[in-house]
Design a protein around this ligand. Sequence first.
Ligand code: FES
Length: 105
Amino acid sequence: MAWFKVSKEGSMKDGDLSKVNIEGKDILIMKDKGKYYATSCYCTHENYDLSEGFLDDGNLICPNHFAMFKPQDGSVVQNPEGSGDIPSLKTYHTKIENGDLMVEV
Ligand code: FES
């Protein structure tokens, strides 16, 4: 595991989602209420690209079948429409250091 610089702090607004590639992995960065979160970028239902999703009341929504995940720990808040249980997203630590947003991968 190592820390990687993703962007300057302040380059994202609350509610923004951004896909970054670190060490060959696509990672989703989110900002909600001033805090940054990082998860795997593809829905655990049918691999939809979650950077095309959105945050609603602090939860990450997959726009394909509306699965809902908690950005803090990747857990499933709501399964997709018409589906059984799906796995959680993987999460990554974030921190701000010297004005840069860093992710541990
Ligand atoms: S692909 Fe995300 S809910 Fe189905």
